[in-house]
Design a protein around this ligand. Structure first.
Ligand SMILES: Cc1cc2nc3c(=O)[nH]c(=O)nc-3n(C[C@H](O)[C@H](O)[C@H](O)COP(=O)(O)OP(=O)(O)OC[C@H]3O[C@@H](n4cnc5c(N)ncnc54)[C@H](O)[C@@H]3O)c2cc1C
Length: 525
């Protein structure tokens, strides 16, 4: 018989996930876990079965843009692939956005929702992107105090009925810059009836099949910069399904996230409504960014977990030099390194989910609110970088198969690579970390880490002394990424130690020891 390679298989992604299960058992009241466990089993079953099979079968499909119909009418129709159509239905029916708003379990509903998103994401080729923006739009509208828009849209964003469901877009990036959005060139002009109409070009607009979007434009006469921008609500199509003065110029040809239709748009007088005042658009869209950054972290840990799950299964099947790879000490050491990074990142992303939940229900203390402000960018930038490293290692653990498209493996690396870019690049978030850092937030961070870890890690002392010592603004800026990463990895170590000590899980203890030795302190004096 010729030798054949055995492909990796996935089981129930909830049942097989030691980290998720032991984390939920630790943080959720037993009764809540009993109530929600059915939903997690079901999502784990879909993610390891039907959805994963469909993902592999859908590999060569891509979203399509049809700009014109046969009769010369501009239609700009977007069709997503079969995987995404199924993913949308499953997400809506299982409440992957809704659970966070139904709040059946108060602030911990955010943890439940993130657990669902974490299980769902890796089998859906980043359907998490439209869900993240939908969740963020619902949170932003609810916090805006704009009752007319809340009544108009929020129900559709958080429904469990696929026929009523809307997704939302987040249209910020223009040619002038995705980071420096204060340079936004789109203008808002009032027509004779007083209605605002938007004119401009949006350079990256993902999930363009959305029914609504939140976007930035400068009302005519407003000053330059972020302050002069206003946050607007747009509905993308009219009752007949025609684009409302929006031209879809083309879909981007991207390295990854290829199922996500990301378009370049021209707004040619798009009707729009102010969400909250005629200025301060950048500030007013922040609630959306906080939610999409949380989703980014959850997606990062979800993709890492998928890489580890596939690589671990394959190691038991692939024989080299007379034994399965799972019996080769060096291969297992490599997988253990991936697992330690993934578990550390997992606890960080879910810790931010816990804090986010408490802030949404108004149960957060002042010091934890400062901590959440600081940790959101730190968590996003830290976990996104880890995802790229772990995905790359996951591909290598398959040898040549990891580089071959029809194994379905390369997509892990391509999709991970977007995580440090969108929702704020690593540098942009490192600078945001500097803005969030002050005596009080640093004290909150220090107290949280000390309580979790049981002592003050040397990396925290080093980061604190560097930060307080540096008075030259440009030196501080140059070191901002190292500082943010050091804070991120320090927090991860503290969370991992806390989990290992509270659960006495031998694997978590071993991961904590390994993680502690894998570069926590990145500060250069
Ligand atoms: C697949 C995909 C989908 C996207 N979807 C959307 C979407 O739906 N909506 C949307 O609004 N945007 C979207 N974006 C855009 C994305 O958010 C931006 O690309 C990102 O914010 C970076 O902006 P930019 O491309 O203009 O790069 P730039 O802002 O030009 O940045 C270039 C480089 O400069 C660095 N940099 C910038 N400023 C500083 C500084 N002060 N100090 C140090 N370094 C700095 C950045 O870190 C980066 O490495 C998407 C992008 C991708 C790749």
């Amino acid at each position: 018989m010729p030798f054949e390679q055995t492909p990796p298989k996935l089981g129930n992604q909830y049942e097989d996930d030691r980290v998720l299960r032991s984390y939920l058992a630790r943080v959720l009241p037993a009764e809540m876990l009993r109530e929600i466990e059915g939903s997690l089993f079901e999502m784990g079953r879909l993610a390891g079965g039907e959805l994963y099979d469909l993902q592999l079968a859908d590999r060569l499909n891509e979203p399509r843009l049809t700009q014109w119909d046969a009769w010369g009418n501009r239609i700009d129709k977007i069709e997503v692939t079969p995987l995404w159509r199924v993913a949308e239905r499953i997400a809506v029916e299982h409440g992957v956005v809704a659970v966070a708003y139904e709040q059946k379990h108060g602030s911990l509903s955010r943890v439940h929702q993130c657990a669902l998103a974490y299980l769902f994401t890796p089998s859906t080729d980043i359907y998490s992107c439209p869900l993240a923006m939908t969740d963020g739009a619902a949170r932003t509208l609810l916090g805006s105090g704009n009752q007319a828009l809340i009544d108009r849209a929020v129900h559709n964003l958080i429904t469990r009925d696929p026929n009523q469901f809307w997704t939302a877009g987040q249209w910020m990036t223009e040619l002038t810059g995705g980071s420096d959005v204060g340079l936004t060139e789109s203008v808002a002009r009032q027509d004779e009836s007083g209605e605002f109409r938007l004119y401009g070009r949006k350079w990256f607009t993902s999930a363009i099949s959305a029914q609504m979007a939140l976007t930035l434009a400068r009302p005519e006469g407003n000053p330059p910069g972020g302050r002069g921008l206003a946050l607007f609500y747009i509905e993308t199509r009219d009752e007949q399904g025609r684009q409302r003065n929006i031209e879809v110029n083309r879909l981007k040809d991207k390295l990854g996230t290829r199922k996500v239709p990301t378009a370049e748009l021209t707004l040619t007088g798009t009707p729009a409504q102010l969400v909250k005042g005629t200025t301060d658009g950048v500030r007013n869209i922040t609630p959306l960014l906080n939610i999409t950054r949380l989703w980014n972290g959850i997606s990062a840990v979800a993709l890492m977990r998928r890489g580890v799950a596939l690589a671990s299964d394959y190691a038991r099947k692939r024989v080299a030099f007379g034994a399965p790879l799972s019996e080769k000490p060096l291969h297992m050491d490599t997988l253990a390194g991936m697992e330690a990074e993934a578990e550390a990142a997992f606890h960080f992303a879910f810790y931010v989910a816990e804090l986010t939940g408490r802030s949404e229900t108004g149960e957060i203390s002042d010091s934890d609110a400062l901590l959440l402000r600081l940790l959101t960018p730190v968590m996003k930038l830290t976990t996104a970088k880890q995802a790229v490293v772990v995905a790359s290692e996951a591909l290598e653990s398959f040898g040549g198969a990891g580089y071959v498209e029809d194994t379905g493996l390369p997509v892990l690396l391509r999709d991970s690579q977007v995580l440090p870019i969108w929702e704020g690049t690593t540098n942009v978030l490192a600078l945001d970390t500097l803005r969030a850092l002050n005596e009080d937030s640093l004290a909150a961070f220090r107290s949280a880490v000390t309580t979790l870890a049981g002592s003050v890690p040397s990396s925290l002392d080093h980061a604190t002394s560097w930060y307080t010592r540096i008075s030259d603004g440009s030196v501080l800026e140059a070191g901002a990424r190292r500082l943010a990463m050091t804070l991120g990895r320090t927090m991860e170590l503290a969370l991992l130690l806390n989990h290992a000590n509270s659960t006495q899980d031998a694997q978590s203890l071993s991961n904590a020891r390994r993680f502690a030795a894998s570069g926590i302190d990145l500060i250069i004096d």
